[in-house]
Ligand binder design. Structure first.
Ligand SMILES: *Cc1c(COP(=O)(O)O)cnc(C)c1O
Length: 484
């Protein structure tokens, strides 16, 4: 099969100031009817140093810069844990509609009924998908949702009259989990996962006590595995008065198949910028809604959206609330996209999205398991984790193979994470890649493994076809050179 590769033109492009020519201009305005006045720096200070360019200079500049970039619109982006999937453009169009994009948060409830209704209904929809009776849309990201959830757990224990000091966190949890627990003043107790890569109830029972506020479980975990013992783990934690935080950033693996609320989880965040149609990784706004069980509802952030017959309103009068997590009501544009996505997919569509995400990951796992080492050889969820053990005899590392994938036209997968696997190579194809693209990726990895055995010295130089070749990563991060 033909690889996408990266042969073709990659233009050099100087800064706009270097392209600037005195008197060149991109607009032609009608002749003014007033007399031309000279610029007087004593009144206005020096004129800004703006480049003088034609329209074509500007168009080429930005088009060329965009071609140095790589995104899911240009090719497969199998970055594990990040869900870099294709998001239908129609949802962007809905969010950009004048009524939504032009809505002002100070307009007041009376004139914002449509926006409030959308938020109310989105809360209901996310509650149905996750199995929780109430949801807040305020947090701006996954980790921010974790913080909101942990603050609610903290407030819950305070309300019970006795604060607890510790939180249990398995070694397969996302790295943001212990950070969120620490921000609430909890000490994180690390639990080792078992030989299958999942939590063992005995390990939880051994450390769970009445000074432990709860546990934070990423499910599916960062190995891409479903926590099969989760119900038992929840029971152990509940029996000692603890609460269970579920990291649901990877909900794209289980939508319509299992509801975290049914498993015994008390509070869970979602990443709308992974599962629900906001592009991830572009540095734009995200959203991390949080669902809770009944006993945590009083602690939800304010304002809450409530419905009174056919009118919707914001409510702030909640005495036990943890307060605000964000100015106004969170990232509204992201909420519009999630709402449009959920309604256009429907229940069956969302369920199929999860099933395809899991099917695609398992197809890659089975296709590559002889080529790369697979430390946990069992059915995976939306992502699979390999490492470079088979390539070690040629002194080829995960990093070398990831860099070479760029030459084959693929964004590399996540590397060296999760930490439980040495030199991890973690692939998340997502549900939006077709079999043809996935096969190209598999062929590329196989071709690279062959190069590792036959011409390892060449692989050490990869990438060779990109605009810049192998960089010293530390210097590139510490002293970035953005001139191209
Ligand atoms: C991405 C992710 C997070 C963090 O989400 P952000 O929006 O980047 O803060 C947390 N947990 C898991 C499992 C994730 O995959």
């Amino acid at each position: 099969m033909k690889q996408p590769g990266t042969s073709g033109l990659i233009f050099n492009e100087p800064q706009l100031w270097e392209k600037s020519r005195e008197g060149r201009c991109a607009i032609s305005l009608p002749r003014a009817e007033v007399e031309r006045a000279e610029f007087d720096p004593s009144l206005t200070g020096d004129a800004p140093d703006l480049p003088q360019l034609s329209e074509l200079d500007v168009v080429r500049h930005f088009t060329r810069l965009s071609q140095w970039n790589f995104g899911v619109d240009s090719g497969m982006y199998p970055l594990g844990s990040c869900t870099m999937k294709y998001n239908p453009k129609t949802n962007e169009v809905q969010a950009a509609r004048q009524g939504f994009a032009g809505a002002h948060p100070l307009t007041g409830d009376e004139f914002s009924q449509g926006a409030l209704r959308l938020m109310y209904e989105l809360e209901q929809l996310l509650g149905e998908i996750t199995g929780f009776p109430a949801v807040t849309l305020q947090p701006a990201a996954g980790a921010h949702g974790e913080l909101a959830g942990m603050l609610m757990i903290h407030a819950y224990h305070a309300k019970q009259g006795r604060q607890r000091s510790k939180i249990l966190i398995p070694d397969t949890a996302h790295g943001t989990n212990p950070a969120s627990a620490s921000l609430c003043g909890y000490e994180s107790i690390n639990i080792k996962s078992g030989p299958d890569g999942i939590l063992e109830p005995e390990a939880v029972a051994a450390v769970m006590d009445e000074d432990t506020a709860g546990i934070m479980i990423t499910n599916p975990n960062t190995l891409g595995l479903f926590e099969n013992n989760i119900k038992e783990v929840c029971e152990i934690v509940h029996a000692k008065g603890g609460l269970v935080y579920g990291d649901g950033a990877n909900m794209n693996a289980i939508m319509g198949v299992v509801k975290p609320g049914d498993l015994g989880i008390d509070v869970l965040h979602l990443n709308l910028h992974k599962t629900f149609s906001t592009p991830h990784g572009g540095g734009g706004p995200g959203s991390g809604p949080v669902g809770v069980v009944d006993k945590l509802i009083p602690f939800l952030p304010v304002p809450r959206v409530e419905r009174d017959l056919d009118t919707y309103k914001f409510v702030t009068d909640c005495p036990d609330t943890i307060g605000r997590m964000h100015t106004f009501y969170g990232h509204f544009g992201v909420l519009v996209k999630a709402y449009a996505y959920i309604l256009s997919m429907g229940g069956e569509g969302l369920t199929n999205a999860s099933k395809y995400a899991v099917l695609n990951a398992n197809y890659i796992k089975e296709s590559l398991k002889g080529t790369l080492n697979l430390p946990y050889d069992r059915p995976c969820m939306h992502e699979c984790v390999f490492n470079d053990k088979h390539q070690q005899e040629y002194h080829i590392t995960t990093m070398d193979m990831a860099k070479r994938l760029l030459d084959y036209g693929f964004h590399p997968p996540t590397v060296y994470f999760p930490l439980v696997v040495d030199a991890a190579f973690m692939v998340e194809p997502t549900e939006t890649e077709s079999k043809e693209y996935i096969d190209q990726f598999i062929d590329a990895v196989k071709a690279i493994a062959k190069e590792a055995a036959e011409t390892p010295e060449k692989l050490k130089k990869a990438p060779m076809l990109t605009k810049v070749t192998r960089l010293d990563e530390v210097t590139a991060a510490r002293k970035p050179c953005l001139r191209g």
